[in-house]
Design a protein around this ligand. Structure first.
Ligand code: DON
Length: 312
Protein backbone atom coordinates (compact mmCIF):
# COMPACT_ATOMS: atom_id res chain seq x y z
CA UNK A 1 0.00 0.00 0.00
CA UNK A 2 1.34 3.44 -0.94
CA UNK A 3 1.82 6.09 1.73
CA UNK A 4 -1.09 8.25 0.52
CA UNK A 5 -3.41 5.22 0.53
CA UNK A 6 -2.19 4.33 4.00
CA UNK A 7 -2.83 7.89 5.13
CA UNK A 8 -6.37 7.65 3.88
CA UNK A 9 -7.14 4.24 5.39
CA UNK A 10 -5.47 4.77 8.76
CA UNK A 11 -8.29 6.66 10.57
CA UNK A 12 -10.68 3.75 9.98
CA UNK A 13 -8.24 1.26 11.42
CA UNK A 14 -7.71 3.46 14.46
CA UNK A 15 -11.46 3.90 14.96
CA UNK A 16 -12.01 0.16 14.78
CA UNK A 17 -9.32 -0.51 17.39
CA UNK A 18 -10.03 2.34 19.82
CA UNK A 19 -12.90 0.44 21.38
CA UNK A 20 -10.39 -2.15 22.66
CA UNK A 21 -9.10 0.47 25.08
CA UNK A 22 -12.16 -0.40 27.16
CA UNK A 23 -10.62 -3.79 27.88
CA UNK A 24 -7.59 -2.17 29.51
CA UNK A 25 -6.60 0.12 32.37
CA UNK A 26 -4.14 3.02 32.54
CA UNK A 27 -1.10 2.13 34.68
CA UNK A 28 -1.29 3.63 38.15
CA UNK A 29 1.61 2.01 40.03
CA UNK A 30 3.58 5.06 38.90
CA UNK A 31 1.03 7.62 40.15
CA UNK A 32 1.87 10.26 37.54
CA UNK A 33 1.04 7.87 34.67
CA UNK A 34 -2.55 7.49 35.90
CA UNK A 35 -3.35 10.96 34.48
CA UNK A 36 -3.22 9.72 30.85
CA UNK A 37 -6.50 9.54 28.87
CA UNK A 38 -7.44 5.85 28.83
CA UNK A 39 -9.63 5.96 25.76
CA UNK A 40 -7.11 7.51 23.39
CA UNK A 41 -5.28 5.78 20.55
CA UNK A 42 -2.87 7.21 18.00
CA UNK A 43 -0.29 6.03 15.50
CA UNK A 44 2.41 7.29 13.14
CA UNK A 45 3.94 5.17 10.40
CA UNK A 46 7.12 6.45 8.71
CA UNK A 47 8.80 5.15 5.58
CA UNK A 48 12.42 5.42 4.41
CA UNK A 49 11.82 8.75 2.71
CA UNK A 50 10.51 10.22 5.97
CA UNK A 51 6.93 10.37 4.71
CA UNK A 52 4.42 9.71 7.43
CA UNK A 53 0.86 8.53 7.86
CA UNK A 54 -0.70 9.45 11.21
CA UNK A 55 -4.12 9.04 12.75
CA UNK A 56 -5.94 9.21 16.04
CA UNK A 57 -5.35 11.27 19.12
CA UNK A 58 -1.68 11.04 19.74
CA UNK A 59 -1.84 12.23 23.35
CA UNK A 60 1.59 13.78 22.89
CA UNK A 61 4.02 13.62 24.60
CA UNK A 62 4.08 10.47 26.70
CA UNK A 63 7.02 8.85 28.49
CA UNK A 64 8.94 6.05 26.81
CA UNK A 65 9.07 3.77 29.86
CA UNK A 66 10.25 0.31 28.81
CA UNK A 67 10.61 1.30 25.15
CA UNK A 68 13.74 3.15 26.25
CA UNK A 69 15.33 -0.19 27.21
CA UNK A 70 15.91 -1.10 23.56
CA UNK A 71 18.00 2.02 23.00
CA UNK A 72 19.91 1.86 26.28
CA UNK A 73 20.79 -1.70 25.30
CA UNK A 74 22.14 -0.42 21.97
CA UNK A 75 24.16 2.28 23.70
CA UNK A 76 25.53 -0.20 26.26
CA UNK A 77 26.55 -2.52 23.40
CA UNK A 78 28.29 0.36 21.61
CA UNK A 79 30.00 1.38 24.86
CA UNK A 80 31.13 -2.09 25.96
CA UNK A 81 30.70 -4.70 23.23
CA UNK A 82 28.70 -7.92 23.34
CA UNK A 83 30.90 -9.87 25.71
CA UNK A 84 30.77 -7.37 28.55
CA UNK A 85 27.04 -6.74 28.22
CA UNK A 86 26.17 -10.43 28.20
CA UNK A 87 28.35 -11.04 31.22
CA UNK A 88 25.72 -9.01 33.12
CA UNK A 89 22.45 -10.03 31.39
CA UNK A 90 21.25 -13.16 29.67
CA UNK A 91 19.62 -13.80 26.29
CA UNK A 92 16.49 -15.69 27.29
CA UNK A 93 12.83 -14.71 27.65
CA UNK A 94 11.34 -15.27 31.10
CA UNK A 95 7.63 -15.78 30.48
CA UNK A 96 7.12 -13.83 33.71
CA UNK A 97 5.94 -10.30 34.47
CA UNK A 98 8.36 -7.49 33.60
CA UNK A 99 9.11 -6.75 37.25
CA UNK A 100 9.22 -10.36 38.44
CA UNK A 101 11.85 -11.61 40.87
CA UNK A 102 11.05 -15.24 40.28
CA UNK A 103 13.85 -16.26 37.94
CA UNK A 104 16.53 -13.97 39.35
CA UNK A 105 17.72 -16.69 41.69
CA UNK A 106 17.13 -19.69 39.48
CA UNK A 107 19.98 -20.22 37.03
CA UNK A 108 22.88 -17.86 37.55
CA UNK A 109 21.92 -16.09 40.78
CA UNK A 110 21.43 -12.38 40.32
CA UNK A 111 21.92 -12.39 36.55
CA UNK A 112 18.75 -11.11 34.85
CA UNK A 113 17.47 -13.33 32.03
CA UNK A 114 17.39 -10.52 29.45
CA UNK A 115 17.87 -6.74 29.07
CA UNK A 116 14.19 -5.91 28.58
CA UNK A 117 12.86 -7.00 31.96
CA UNK A 118 13.29 -4.37 34.67
CA UNK A 119 16.17 -6.16 36.42
CA UNK A 120 18.01 -6.56 33.10
CA UNK A 121 17.48 -2.95 32.08
CA UNK A 122 18.77 -1.77 35.47
CA UNK A 123 21.91 -3.86 34.92
CA UNK A 124 22.25 -2.35 31.42
CA UNK A 125 21.92 1.18 32.86
CA UNK A 126 24.97 0.47 35.00
CA UNK A 127 26.99 -0.21 31.83
CA UNK A 128 26.39 3.17 30.18
CA UNK A 129 29.65 5.13 30.16
CA UNK A 130 29.82 8.42 32.07
CA UNK A 131 31.42 9.78 35.24
CA UNK A 132 28.19 10.49 37.07
CA UNK A 133 24.47 9.68 36.80
CA UNK A 134 23.99 13.10 35.17
CA UNK A 135 26.72 12.42 32.60
CA UNK A 136 25.26 8.99 31.80
CA UNK A 137 21.76 10.40 31.44
CA UNK A 138 23.08 13.14 29.19
CA UNK A 139 24.74 10.55 26.92
CA UNK A 140 21.52 8.54 26.80
CA UNK A 141 19.53 11.63 25.84
CA UNK A 142 22.09 12.59 23.18
CA UNK A 143 21.93 9.10 21.68
CA UNK A 144 18.12 9.01 21.73
CA UNK A 145 18.03 12.44 20.07
CA UNK A 146 20.38 11.24 17.36
CA UNK A 147 18.30 8.09 16.85
CA UNK A 148 15.20 10.29 16.57
CA UNK A 149 16.80 12.26 13.73
CA UNK A 150 18.04 15.26 15.68
CA UNK A 151 15.20 15.62 18.15
CA UNK A 152 15.29 17.52 21.46
CA UNK A 153 13.79 14.92 23.75
CA UNK A 154 13.62 15.76 27.44
CA UNK A 155 12.89 14.05 30.72
CA UNK A 156 9.49 14.48 32.32
CA UNK A 157 10.61 15.39 35.84
CA UNK A 158 7.17 14.75 37.37
CA UNK A 159 7.11 11.18 36.06
CA UNK A 160 10.73 10.68 37.10
CA UNK A 161 10.03 11.83 40.66
CA UNK A 162 6.78 9.89 40.81
CA UNK A 163 8.49 6.67 39.75
CA UNK A 164 11.50 7.21 41.98
CA UNK A 165 9.31 7.79 45.04
CA UNK A 166 7.28 4.62 44.53
CA UNK A 167 9.79 2.18 43.01
CA UNK A 168 10.04 -0.19 45.95
CA UNK A 169 10.07 -3.21 43.71
CA UNK A 170 12.70 -1.88 41.28
CA UNK A 171 14.79 -0.89 44.28
CA UNK A 172 14.61 -4.39 45.66
CA UNK A 173 15.57 -5.84 42.26
CA UNK A 174 18.55 -3.48 42.05
CA UNK A 175 19.77 -4.30 45.57
CA UNK A 176 19.46 -7.98 44.72
CA UNK A 177 21.70 -7.37 41.69
CA UNK A 178 24.15 -5.57 43.93
CA UNK A 179 24.18 -8.41 46.46
CA UNK A 180 25.03 -10.82 43.64
CA UNK A 181 27.74 -8.54 42.22
CA UNK A 182 25.98 -7.99 38.90
CA UNK A 183 26.29 -4.39 40.03
CA UNK A 184 29.95 -4.26 40.98
CA UNK A 185 31.62 -2.85 44.08
CA UNK A 186 32.21 0.58 42.57
CA UNK A 187 28.56 0.97 41.59
CA UNK A 188 26.10 2.89 43.73
CA UNK A 189 22.63 1.34 43.50
CA UNK A 190 20.73 4.61 43.83
CA UNK A 191 22.87 6.17 41.08
CA UNK A 192 22.00 3.33 38.70
CA UNK A 193 18.32 3.55 39.61
CA UNK A 194 18.34 7.27 38.98
CA UNK A 195 19.71 6.73 35.45
CA UNK A 196 17.14 3.98 34.86
CA UNK A 197 14.17 6.06 36.08
CA UNK A 198 15.31 9.00 34.01
CA UNK A 199 15.57 7.12 30.74
CA UNK A 200 12.14 5.59 31.38
CA UNK A 201 10.84 9.16 31.85
CA UNK A 202 12.04 10.52 28.50
CA UNK A 203 9.09 12.13 26.76
CA UNK A 204 8.28 11.39 23.16
CA UNK A 205 5.53 11.70 20.53
CA UNK A 206 4.38 9.08 18.00
CA UNK A 207 6.22 10.82 15.14
CA UNK A 208 9.53 10.72 17.00
CA UNK A 209 8.93 7.15 18.10
CA UNK A 210 8.31 6.18 14.47
CA UNK A 211 11.55 7.94 13.53
CA UNK A 212 13.50 5.95 16.15
CA UNK A 213 11.82 2.77 14.94
CA UNK A 214 12.89 3.58 11.37
CA UNK A 215 16.52 3.35 12.45
CA UNK A 216 15.92 -0.21 13.69
CA UNK A 217 13.92 -1.02 10.60
CA UNK A 218 17.01 -0.25 8.51
CA UNK A 219 19.44 -2.12 10.77
CA UNK A 220 20.99 0.95 12.35
CA UNK A 221 21.30 2.89 9.08
CA UNK A 222 19.40 6.16 9.16
CA UNK A 223 17.90 6.39 5.67
CA UNK A 224 17.14 10.09 6.11
CA UNK A 225 20.57 11.14 7.38
CA UNK A 226 22.23 8.64 5.01
CA UNK A 227 24.57 7.13 7.59
CA UNK A 228 25.02 4.14 9.87
CA UNK A 229 24.34 5.25 13.45
CA UNK A 230 24.33 1.85 15.19
CA UNK A 231 26.28 -1.24 14.04
CA UNK A 232 23.99 -3.69 12.26
CA UNK A 233 24.96 -6.52 14.62
CA UNK A 234 23.69 -4.62 17.66
CA UNK A 235 20.38 -3.83 15.99
CA UNK A 236 20.07 -7.54 15.11
CA UNK A 237 20.46 -8.32 18.80
CA UNK A 238 17.90 -5.69 19.79
CA UNK A 239 15.37 -6.91 17.20
CA UNK A 240 15.77 -10.49 18.39
CA UNK A 241 15.04 -9.42 21.97
CA UNK A 242 12.03 -7.43 20.74
CA UNK A 243 10.58 -10.57 19.14
CA UNK A 244 11.39 -12.77 22.16
CA UNK A 245 10.44 -10.44 24.99
CA UNK A 246 9.53 -6.97 23.69
CA UNK A 247 5.90 -7.45 24.71
CA UNK A 248 6.85 -9.21 27.95
CA UNK A 249 5.01 -12.42 28.66
CA UNK A 250 2.66 -11.69 25.76
CA UNK A 251 5.57 -11.77 23.29
CA UNK A 252 4.80 -15.24 21.95
CA UNK A 253 1.18 -14.34 21.26
CA UNK A 254 2.25 -11.04 19.69
CA UNK A 255 4.82 -12.82 17.48
CA UNK A 256 2.17 -15.24 16.26
CA UNK A 257 -0.65 -12.74 15.80
CA UNK A 258 1.24 -9.62 14.71
CA UNK A 259 4.61 -11.07 13.70
CA UNK A 260 6.83 -7.97 13.80
CA UNK A 261 9.50 -6.83 16.29
CA UNK A 262 8.00 -4.44 18.84
CA UNK A 263 8.57 -2.98 22.30
CA UNK A 264 5.91 -1.71 24.65
CA UNK A 265 5.97 0.56 27.69
CA UNK A 266 3.59 1.03 30.61
CA UNK A 267 2.67 4.50 29.41
CA UNK A 268 0.87 2.67 26.59
CA UNK A 269 3.46 3.36 23.91
CA UNK A 270 4.54 0.73 21.39
CA UNK A 271 7.50 1.01 19.04
CA UNK A 272 7.16 -1.44 16.15
CA UNK A 273 9.06 -2.07 12.95
CA UNK A 274 8.26 -3.57 9.59
CA UNK A 275 11.85 -4.42 8.66
CA UNK A 276 13.16 -2.57 5.64
CA UNK A 277 9.87 -0.72 5.25
CA UNK A 278 8.44 1.20 8.19
CA UNK A 279 9.08 2.59 11.63
CA UNK A 280 5.90 2.76 13.72
CA UNK A 281 4.99 4.65 16.90
CA UNK A 282 1.72 3.92 18.73
CA UNK A 283 0.18 5.33 21.90
CA UNK A 284 -2.85 3.87 23.70
CA UNK A 285 -2.53 4.26 27.48
CA UNK A 286 -5.03 1.56 28.52
CA UNK A 287 -3.08 -1.63 29.25
CA UNK A 288 -4.06 -5.28 29.35
CA UNK A 289 -3.12 -7.67 32.15
CA UNK A 290 0.37 -8.19 30.75
CA UNK A 291 1.24 -4.50 30.50
CA UNK A 292 0.68 -3.83 26.79
CA UNK A 293 -1.70 -1.31 25.19
CA UNK A 294 -4.90 -3.23 24.39
CA UNK A 295 -6.03 -0.94 21.59
CA UNK A 296 -2.48 -0.51 20.29
CA UNK A 297 -1.94 -4.27 20.02
CA UNK A 298 -5.29 -4.69 18.28
CA UNK A 299 -4.41 -1.94 15.81
CA UNK A 300 -1.05 -3.50 14.94
CA UNK A 301 -2.60 -6.94 14.69
CA UNK A 302 -5.33 -5.89 12.26
CA UNK A 303 -2.94 -3.83 10.13
CA UNK A 304 -0.30 -6.54 10.04
CA UNK A 305 -2.82 -9.14 8.88
CA UNK A 306 -4.33 -6.85 6.23
CA UNK A 307 -1.05 -5.51 4.88
CA UNK A 308 1.03 -8.68 5.16
CA UNK A 309 3.62 -7.27 7.58
CA UNK A 310 4.44 -10.54 9.33
CA UNK A 311 8.12 -11.39 9.00
CA UNK A 312 7.77 -15.15 9.48
O1 DON B 1 10.39 0.27 35.83
C1 DON B 1 9.20 0.41 35.57
O2 DON B 1 8.34 -0.23 36.14
C2 DON B 1 8.83 1.38 34.47
N1 DON B 1 9.70 2.51 34.47
C3 DON B 1 8.89 0.74 33.12
C4 DON B 1 8.11 -0.55 33.01
C5 DON B 1 7.49 -0.78 31.70
O3 DON B 1 7.30 0.09 30.88
C6 DON B 1 7.01 -2.14 31.47
N2 DON B 1 6.26 -2.18 30.25
N3 DON B 1 5.40 -2.78 29.85
Amino acid sequence: MKMDQLREALPQWVDASRIFAKGGKVASYIPELAKAPGDSLGITIMDASGETASAGDKHCPFTMQSISKVFTLLLALMDNGEEEVFAKVGMEPTGDDFNSMLKLELVEPGKPFNPLINAGAIAVSSLIRGDSPAAKTERILAFFNEAAGGASLAINQDVFRSESATAHRNRSLAYFLKDNEVLGEDIDVEDVLSVYFQHCSIEICCDQLARMALLLSFDGFDPLAGRQIVPKRYVQIAKTFMIMCGMYNASGEFAIKVGIPAKSGVSGGILAIVPGRYGIGVIGPALGAKGNSTAGVHLLESMSAALDWRIF
